[in-house]
Design a protein around this ligand. Structure first.
Ligand SMILES: Cc1ncc(COP(=O)(O)O)c(C=O)c1O
Length: 404
């Protein structure tokens, strides 16, 4: 199929819910992807954080191939060797005390489950969520997601018991959390909302307030998990454990899988039939996730994210010093944001034409979520491309503002 035909078909038949980039990607390896015309791109977005171990990692390919020949599907009502293998590995790397897992297929599903557990366990219904927080777009997850743009057409389906407080503000959290609160749900570092790292005592403070009121603390590590921020879990930066953790995205090395992990006592409040998923925990996705955990550990990817992320953030900070159109570089590990004073849509279209895939967070923040296996040289090329573009933007803005 040529590119024109592919685009025509997708535009005609696929629901128009994605802001499309005008590129047709058909192949990838490591941190590099290729379009249908053979053009090469440095991938600094990983499909919104999915291909953390790189595209088509040989161990993921091998695990999928081997499992595909053995058994692809096996409902959770039967036992399965690959599922058991994954569960053992997952619980071993999970934060202390979290040792009971529900397997699902996406980030939003992992959040749905977390909310249900919290409500069932506490017998309460009030949920505290964060301004600028993002947890997915299915109805429960959407209710906990802040951005009004995602919700306004569905107000009639969104319950009123979701209360939003400013991320990073303990005083406001203290006022909102009470003895009727079932759960507080928070991303340890906000991703979609623009890469916001909380103040040092924030998550510990939330933990303490939740404990005082008997509310469940949910960390959404869907984007931050598996080494992305320079630690296996972002929560390790602050040494705080939640009662429930949500994970997905990178977990399956590219295959759809997610999980809700909780303390046994809390998870056990869900009884047989109160939650399930036909595909959740299928052997194919479990084999890929099991291989993903091996790769993250064997290749020491959290440490690599820390090292390369620190270096790349330094390059971004130099740009912020140099170019007036830039405001701030922020984030941890290889989860970084570059805030600009101008709309970055045109910038992203230009980087695309120069062979660099980047993400946005809102109108003016560039989000970097590269595979953790990316080479230092690739990050340097990314920084060079951006420097050139922002130098021109600086000149253009200065020239325009000087014009009589
Ligand atoms: C923190 C967080 N939670 C949940 C989700 C939803 O994940 P999914 O798109 O797999 O449903 C996302 C997706 O971007 C996310 O970043």
């Amino acid at each position: 199929m040529n590119e024109k035909h592919i685009m025509t078909v997708e535009d005609a038949y696929l629901a128009h819910v994605y802001q499309k980039f005008p590129v047709t990607i058909i192949r990838g390896r490591g941190a590099i992807v290729y379009d249908v015309n053979g053009k090469k791109y440095i991938d600094c977005m990983s499909g919104y954080g999915v291909s953390l171990v790189g595209h088509c990692h040989p161990k993921i390919v091998e695990a999928i191939e081997r499992q595909a020949e053995t058994l692809i599907t096996c409902h959770g009502s039967f036992y399965n060797d690959k599922r058991a293998e994954l569960l053992e590995k997952l619980v071993k790397i999970a934060p202390k005390g979290l040792d009971k897992v529900f397997l699902c297929n996406s980030g939003a599903e992992s959040v749905e489950c977390a909310l249900k557990i919290a409500v069932k366990y506490t017998g309460r219904s009030k949920i505290i969520s964060m301004i600028r927080g993002f947890h997915g777009k299915t109805l429960g997850a959407l209710s906990a997601t802040w951005n009004p743009k995602y919700k306004k057409s569905f107000a009639s389906l969104i319950p009123k018991n979701f209360i939003f407080v400013p991320f990073g503000n303990l005083e406001r959290a203290e006022k909102a959390i009470d003895d009727e609160t079932a759960a507080v749900i928070v991303e340890p570092i906000q991703g979609e909302g623009g890469i916001h790292v909380p103040p040092p005592d924030y998550l510990k403070g939330l933990r303490e307030i939740c404990d005082r009121h008997g509310a469940v603390l949910i960390f959404d590590e869907v984007q931050t998990g598996f080494g992305r921020t320079g630690r296996m879990w972002a929560l390790e930066h602050w040494n705080v454990s939640p009662d429930i953790m949500c994970i997905a995205k990178a977990m399956g090395g590219g295959l759809p899988i997610g999980a809700t992990i909780a303390e046994a006592e809390i998870m056990n409040s869900l009884k047989v039939g109160e939650h399930s998923s036909t595909f959740g925990g299928n052997p194919l996705a479990c084999a890929a996730a099991s291989a993903t955990i091996d790769i993250v550990l064997e290749e020491n990817l959290p440490e690599r994210a820390c090292r390369l992320g620190g270096y790349f953030k330094g390059l971004l900070e130099e740009m912020v010093e140099k170019f007036r159109v830039l405001r701030e570089a922020r984030g941890l590990g290889l989860m970084l944001g570059l805030e600009s004073r101008i709309s970055i849509y045109e910038v992203l279209m230009r980087t695309l034409s120069e062979g660099l895939l980047l993400l946005y967070s809102g109108r003016n923040v560039i989000r970097f979520l590269p595979p953790l296996v990316i080479e230092k040289g690739h990050l340097e090329i990314a920084a060079d491309i951006l420097s050139r573009i922002f130098a021109e933007e600086d000149e253009r803005v200065t020239y325009t503002s000087r014009k009589p």
